[in-house]
Design a binder for this molecule. Structure first.
Ligand SMILES: [Zn+2]
Length: 287
């Protein structure tokens, strides 16, 4: 699960932050093949987003389900979709979009950002290499879009699929995409390896990895990416745990990220890199 940012409706946005176990509870409540539903009020909210990654194990099979959305006033029509593929070793990615304001060059760049975020995260767990193909749906303006995808191994390819907004500010788009795929990769890896982690530890690591991947793959970490909002009342304990984890990472990195932008080769950048290396190495030590 990942943060939803919104300058206007932050509390609403946090309703969409499905904790991994929160989603599982929803699925159990409505049936084994039910869909995760996103409230309409949230889908039409301004600038909200959310993502969730689930893994089930049955014998030698691993089944992955991803849910992701960005909110907006208008539903984007995905009938005529363009695609751009890229790959680096065993990691493949495909970017899909419909708005012609996104050029093929833009999509190629976005595709590379996906790969670099995933590669960064997987570098701490190199033995976990099922064939996988990440999907990214890019949405522009105030359009809304949501996607759900099932995939499985060993008979198929894992295809985690998420949605991100293409923003006029390219650096913000890049930071969002890297943050999203690094964060969700932590959830995927944790479940594929059946690491025994509390939801608090897993979420905190996922948030931290989102920040670490931005710094390592883009060369900078934008302070705005660390902003987290408080959770609304009456949310589930899992959502509270996830939100609290995001807040803890913000508080942990806040004093280091004193400037709006931290550079990888600055003193603060090196301090964050050290923290990232220590935390991720410890997280992926065998149970
Ligand atoms: Zn998460």
């Amino acid at each position: 699960m990942r943060a939803c940012r919104s300058n206007i409706v932050r509390t609403l946005a946090y309703l969409a932050r499905f904790g991994a176990r929160g989603v599982l509870l929803v699925l159990m409540a409505v049936g084994p093949v039910a869909c995760v539903s996103v409230p309409q009020s949230l889908l039409v909210a301004s600038d909200a987003e959310g993502a969730a990654t689930q893994v089930w194990h049955f014998g030698g099979f691993a089944i992955v389900r991803t849910d992701s959305f960005v909110s907006g006033k208008v539903e984007e029509n995905w009938e005529h979709t363009a695609h751009q593929n890229c790959a680096d070793g065993p990691v493949r990615a495909q970017v899909s979009w419909v708005d012609s304001r996104i050029s093929r060059e833009d999509a190629t760049e976005a595709c590379k950002w996906v790969i670099s975020a995933v590669q960064y995260t997987y570098s701490y767990s190199p033995e976990t290499v099922p064939l996988r193909e990440y999907r990214l749906d890019l949405v522009t303006g105030d359009k809304r879009h949501k996607t759900s995808r099932w995939s499985w191994t060993p008979l198929g390819t894992l295809q985690p699929r998420y949605v991100a907004r293409w923003r006029p500010e390219e650096s913000r788009t890049r930071a969002d995409i890297v943050d999203l795929f690094a964060h969700e990769s932590i959830h995927l890896l944790t479940r594929l390896r059946t690491l025994r982690k509390t939801i608090e530890t897993e979420e905190q690591t996922a948030y931290l990895t989102g920040a670490c991947a931005q710094l390592q793959t883009t060369g900078t970490l934008d302070k705005r990416q660390l902003r987290r909002a408080a959770l609304v009342e009456n949310a589930s304990s899992e959502l509270h745990a996830s939100s609290a984890a995001g807040m803890r990472v913000s508080e942990m990195l806040g004093p280091i990220v004193s400037d709006d932008l931290v550079y990888l080769n600055s003193q603060n950048g090196r301090q964050i890199t050290h923290l990232c290396t220590q935390s991720l190495t410890a997280y992926f030590k065998p149970n």
